[in-house]
Structure formats: C-alpha cells, structure tokens
Design a protein around this ligand. Structure first.
Ligand SMILES: [Zn+2]
Length: 473
C-alpha cells in the first residue's frame, strides 16, 4: 500500500487518474492470472459434491479481500454455502455502498458441447473462456481489482464499502434472505450496487433499470386411482393428460395474449416517448432467430420484440409430464398429469395477486372428471429503477466516460430474485451495473467474457466510486 497522504482525487475521473492507470497497466498480467485462478475453482452451488469447492472459492475471496485492504472479511456460514462479507468504513462523510456479486456458478452439462474443459480457463483472442468467466466470477474479480487499485495507489477508498458476495445465486439464493434479515443493521447503506447483468446487443454499454418478476407454479391433474386400461375404460372416464392439455391450451390465445382474467390489469403502460426510445434501439431479430435456431420469432401481438422482452408479462409451460414415457406403446389412461407453468411479470404486477388469478382461472377451466390443484413453487417481484436516480445517473456517466459510448437503458427480461430481496429487506432498490458481453454464453457451454469489457469495466467501477460521493451530496 502506498502513502495515504496522496492528494485526494475525488471528482476527478479515474480514467484519467495517471497513478491508478499506471497501477492497472503494471499489474495486468498478474491480474489475469488471478482471474483464471478464481475460475479454476468449480464452485457449482447446486451440486452437493461441489460444496467443498464453494467453501474454497469463498475462502479464496476472503483472503483476497484481506490482502487488498478490507476489514472484517469473513465467509459467513449459512444453512447452505457461505456468504462472503467484508467492509472498509473509513471515509467519514462519504456514502456507504453495498456491493453484491455471486461466486457460485452453473453446472457444466452438456459437457460434450464444451470445446475446452470448463474449469481449465484460458485467455485467447481477447476472450476469457471458462465457466463463470462472465456469470459472475468475472464481475466478482472486477470489483476486487478495482478496489485493489484504489487501495494500492491511495491507501484508501473514496467511500465506505460493504461487500456481499453470495454463493447460492445459481441455486435460488436459499440462504440470502435470512442472512440479509439477520444482518440488516450491519448492512445499513446509502446505495446498493449489483453486478450480475450485462451489456446490450452489439456489446453496447448498458445499465439495467428493470427486471421482470416471476411466479412459478405447478398444475397437478389427478384422475383414476391408478393407470387404467384404455380399452376397458376409454370413453368412460376423463383422461388427466387430455384434461391438462385442454387447460394449457386455454391459458393463451393464438395471438399470444394470456387469458387469465385481470392478468394485465396492473401492467404499467409505456409512454409514447418510451416506446419511441425503445423502437430506436437496434435489435437484430434475425440474429436472435438464428441464435435460437427457430423458424420465426413469435409473441404477444401488437408489441415489438424489445417491448415483449422487458415490458410485457409472459406465460410459459416449463415442463409437462404424465402417463407412459417409455419405448413402444402402452395403452393406458394415466392416473395423473403435471405441468410446471411460470409467468414473467413486469411493474406493477404483484406475484401473489397474479397467482391467485391464475389459480382461480385454472380451476374454472378445468374439465369435470379430474381433480386439479395449483401450487405456487416460487415468486419474485418485478423491479424498476428510475434513470434519474443519482446513483443510476452516476453509473451512466462512468460508463460513458470509460467506454466512450453513450450507454443505453435496458430492462432484463429475466429475474434477479436477489434484487428483489435487497429492495424488500434493505428498503432500497439496487442499481444493476453489469459488464458482461451479451454473447457470453452464460449458463451454457463455452462461456466467455470479453477481456475489454473486464479491463475497461474495472476503470468504470473506479470512476463510479470516485464520482459517487460528489453526485450523492
Ligand atoms: Zn449471475
């Protein structure tokens, strides 16, 4: 650590802070080696056999945080994998920020589609390739290294920081809500920054200002007490698989409009200006069609693709099963049939209300002769951050200054339950500042992060922390 009496650089863009830039330049190779080291730990949170690896990844990060200059670094035990916490609170008068990322990763199957071993990462052609390179260990590492550069060149940070790096994000964040609740006081803050999102198409810098919510259900249809002979009973009793198919067919019409009464009642409509902005954002429908290998894109009639993706709710069957699944034929009327059905929700839809309406509708359209139950398996609220929010505005400013292009505002079609947990439990909506390239293959084989996004993103983060105290005053 260097002399702590160095003149403060608050308010001066880190991108032009020569000491910081020189430090980042001089440590580039070592930084990349460290990034790969983190990626080598197979911290797959959902597979029990990788629990020791999750603990190893947490310990690795704790050691790094301590080395860099953080205090109180710990791998806090939970019922599942540890949550890494650390803080540095020696900037009196400056804001306090909570920084969230996750160090766990998705499983690697289908392994045969990986061109290289997922946990033997490497850098080639400006890409860091390996499981977690983008989602989300790459962003964990970016934050670590941005803080390291600030500490190393100035001996201090421009604001107060509390680190929360989770190890169960890819397996539904089972322990996070309880931990946040128990640590509410300790996490008191003026801003929450989540780095688990990415750039817009064409790798254009973006700030995610909205997330869709989710309600996840299971429909169980029960008919006869056991599978029955379709010759002996076909024509006499209702077939649960047929009944389920009828129910599913009535959930949406042929224009893609969800038929659940009241489903769209609380959806916030876009203003015409917002629709214009959205229409002006380039979106390569053909590339998406090709990427998905589908003959044509479809969706709710009357809405453009980007609007359908971020601003309109959806309803999808995620799985469906029942009856005979084996080779050949078996002539039965199955005793049961089941489906997993989920809805992506947008502001201001309430997952509990949507579930109630969904359940009532499914019961109403269920044919006689079978028993139908609808269960809620999970839910999350949609989230929207105002772009005028000073923290979001500062993030946009830092992105533009470092990447040299005006960032666009995006809504993520997915859900980040964590964002909702922070909003509900800490009473503050997070700003989602993420840097991954849109073609990163997150959750898929051959995941990668563009090295430019990683390197420039570290500069963005430094500048963001430098600007924030001034902008939040
Ligand atoms: Zn993630």
């Amino acid at each position: 650590m260097t002399d702590a009496t160095i003149a403060p650089t608050a308010g001066r863009p880190a991108a032009t802070d020569p000491a910081l830039e020189a430090y980042l330049e001089a440590t580039r190779e070592e930084r990349h080696a460290s990034y790969l080291e983190l990626l080598r730990i197979p911290s797959i949170s959902t597979l029990p056999e990788h629990a020791p690896d999750c603990r190893r990844a947490a310990a690795w990060i704790v050691a790094e945080l301590t080395r860099i200059g953080f205090e109180h670094a710990e791998a806090a035990p939970t019922a599942g994998h540890p949550i890494v916490y650390a803080d540095w609170l020696h900037a009196p008068g400056a804001p306090t920020v909570v920084v969230y990322c996750h160090y766990d990763v998705q499983p690697v199957d289908p392994i045969e589609l990986w061109e290289t071993a997922p946990f033997e990462p490497f850098i080639r052609d400006g890409r860091v390739v390996g499981r977690g390179a983008a989602d989300d260990k790459g962003q964990v590492h970016m934050h670590l290294r941005a803080f390291e550069a600030l500490f190393a060149t100035r001996g201090r940070l421009p604001l107060n920081v509390k680190i929360v790096f989770e190890g169960e994000e890819e397996s539904s964040s089972a322990s996070l809500a309880d931990w946040l609740r128990a640590n509410r006081e300790r996490l008191a803050s003026d801003a929450i920054v989540i780095s688990d999102t990415g750039f817009f198409e064409g790798n254009r810098p973006a700030l995610c200002v909205g997330l869709r919510g989710l309600v996840y259900t299971q429909i169980d249809v029960t008919g006869p007490g056991q599978d029955m002979h379709s010759g002996g009973f076909g024509g006499l009793i209702e077939n649960p698989a047929n009944a389920l198919a009828r129910i599913i067919a009535e959930l949406k019409d042929r224009q893609g409009v969800v038929q659940v009464p009241g489903f769209y009642d609380d959806v916030v409509r876009l203003t015409s200006a917002e629709r214009r902005d959205l229409a002006a954002m380039a979106y390569d429908e053909e590339a998406v069609r090709e990427h998905c290998a589908v003959p044509v894109l479809v969706g709710e009639a009357g809405y453009a693709p980007l609007e359908r993706l971020g601003y309109r709710p959806t309803l999808d069957v995620n799985g469906i099963w029942g009856g005979f699944q084996g080779e050949g034929s078996k002539t039965i009327i199955p005793a049961q049939a089941h489906a997993k059905v989920s809805c992506r929700l947008v502001p201001n839809q309430d997952p509990d209300i949507i579930f109630e309406r969904f359940e009532a509708y499914v019961r109403e359209i269920a044919p006689p002769g079978v028993a139908v139950t609808v269960r809620k398996l999970g839910s999350g609220r949609p989230l929207a951050v105002s772009a005028d929010d000073p923290i979001a505005a500062t993030a946009l400013e830092a992105l533009e200054a470092t990447f040299g292009a005006p960032p666009c505002l995006t809504r993520n079609g997915g859900s980040i339950p964590v964002a909702e947990m922070f909003t509900t439990l800490l009473g503050r909506a997070p700003v989602m500042l993420g840097f991954t390239n849109p073609d990163d293959h997150a959750h898929s084989p051959n995941e990668f992060m563009r090295l430019d996004n990683y390197e420039t993103g570290i500069r963005t983060i430094c500048l963001f922390w430098d600007l924030l105290p001034e902008r939040m005053r």
